[in-house]
Structure formats: structure tokens, C-alpha cells
Ligand binder design. Structure first.
Ligand code: ATP
Length: 212
């Protein structure tokens, strides 16, 4: 399975964080929580996995897959623990997290996968395809996000029986940045500086992304 950084080899003790998303575009919220998760969860790598075609209704990305991947690569350049994965871009059909994790599990059979997701996304996990299987394939770490509902482990236990063992919440600083906010600011002609790394700001301007 191609990774967009050189392939690295893993021992059984290796822990790989997986941050899936639309990354339309990637922003500092993603980077800050990924770095904090890397540290707190003792992750050897964090893989950023842009969705090819998100399965959620109404989530058709604004930028192309290749632009979203290029922005991820620009944003994570210089952090040797971060890598981008094409796994969801090289597969046809809608992107389901369970398929992403199956593919990464096959690619890195000896590693422990730690799926990172925002608290907002965890609250909707019951609507995802095969949540119980997702929890078998990885550990799940939820990242605090402003405005998201509190995490209800009792509800999660109804679709992930051993949720108490498989799901953890990581207290990260609340970062009120979203990709929606960035797209909206661009459309209104407002600055996006410091909301995403300079390299991404430059890429968006050069490609004329997210303008009306
Ligand atoms: P959009 O505004 O387009 O919905 P987004 O900012 O939520 O996008 P995604 O690419 O959908 O970005 O997010 C990927 C993952 O990162 C999701 O699990 C999401 O919950 C999480 N995430 C995004 N922004 C933050 C943030 N500021 N704090 C914590 N988690 C975040």
C-alpha cells in the first residue's frame, strides 16, 4: 500500500496513530491535537489519511483529493513522526473507516493502530459502518473539540461492547478551528494566516482554492 513518505518498518511494539479526515483543508486544530496525541499515547507515527470520497451525505470535498493530500504533505513536512497516507485515495468507492483500518492493519500487521478522532466525530460513531469491528481493529482516542457533545460511554457501549477498554478521551486544549471556518473566511476575503501553516496558506492562494 503506497504511503506518500518512504515506507518505514515496524516492530510489534510500534504504535501508529491514524487521523482520518477530509482535510479540506488541513489546519492547526488537526496538527495540535495530533502532536498531543502522539506524545500522550506514545505513538511512533501519526498517519494523516485524507478521505477519497467521504461516505457522509453532504460531505463532498470542495478541493480535489490530490490538492487535499498536497496540503497535508505541506503541513506535516518537517515533523518526522508525521506521515500522509494515500490508502483512501487509491481505493474506489466511498471511504469507510472500517476499510481504512482493515487496509492499514494488513499493511502493518504487527503494529497497534490508534484511531484518533474528534469528540464530534465520536458522538456519531454509531452511524458509521461496523463500529464494533472498528473497535476490534484499533484503540480509539477521542480528542476534545469545542461545541461537541460530552462523551457518553454508556451509549457507546451499546454498539461497542468493551468500549471502556477500547475508547479513551484525551484532554487536549480546545482549538476552535475548523476547515469550514477556513473555507468561509476565504470566501469572505478574510485572512487565514495562523489558522493553518504558512505553506498551506501559500498553496491555497497559488491554486485559488475555496473561492466562490
Ligand atoms: P469541516 O469543518 O469541513 O467539517 P473539520 O475541521 O472537522 O472539517 P476534518 O478533516 O473533517 O476537519 O477532521 C478530521 C478529524 O479531525 C475529525 O475526527 C475531526 O473531529 C478532528 N478535528 C478537526 N478539527 C479539530 C479540532 N479543532 N479539534 C479537535 N479535533 C478536530
Amino acid at each position: 500500500m503506497p504511503l506518500s513518505l518512504p515506507v518505514f518498518s515496524y516492530s510489534s511494539a510500534v504504535r501508529i496513530g491514524v487521523l482520518g479526515g477530509t482535510f479540506d483543508p488541513i489546519h492547526l486544530g488537526h496538527l495540535i491535537v495530533a502532536e498531543m496525541a502522539r506524545e500522550a499515547e506514545r505513538l511512533d507515527r501519526v498517519l494523516f489519511v485524507p478521505a477519497g470520497r467521504p461516505w457522509h451525505r453532504g460531505r463532498t470535498p470542495h478541493a480535489s483529493a490530490e490538492d487535499r493530500l498536497a496540503m497535508v504533505e505541506a503541513a506535516i513536512a518537517g515533523n518526522p513522526a508525521f506521515a500522509a497516507s494515500r490508502v483512501d485515495l487509491d481505493r474506489d468507492g466511498p471511504t469507510y473507516t472500517v476499510d481504512t483500518l482493515e487496509a492499514l492493519g494488513a499493511r502493518f500487521p504487527d503494529a497497534t493502530l490508534v484511531f484518533l478522532l474528534g469528540q464530534d466525530a465520536l458522538a456519531q460513531l454509531d452511524t458509521w459502518r461496523e463500529p464494533a469491528r472498528i473497535a476490534e481493529l484499533c484503540e480509539i482516542v477521542a480528542l476534545a473539540r469545542p461545541g461537541a457533545p460530552p462523551i457518553d460511554l454508556t451509549a457507546i457501549r451499546t454498539y461497542i461492547p468493551d468500549a471502556a477498554l477500547r475508547v479513551r478521551v484525551l484532554e487536549t486544549p480546545l482549538i476552535g478551528i475548523s476547515a469550514t471556518m477556513i473555507r468561509d473566511r476565504i470566501q469572505r476575503g478574510l485572512s487565514i494566516r495562523y489558522l493553518t501553516p504558512d505553506a498551506v496558506v501559500t498553496y491555497i492562494a497559488r491554486r485559488g482554492l475555496y473561492r466562490r
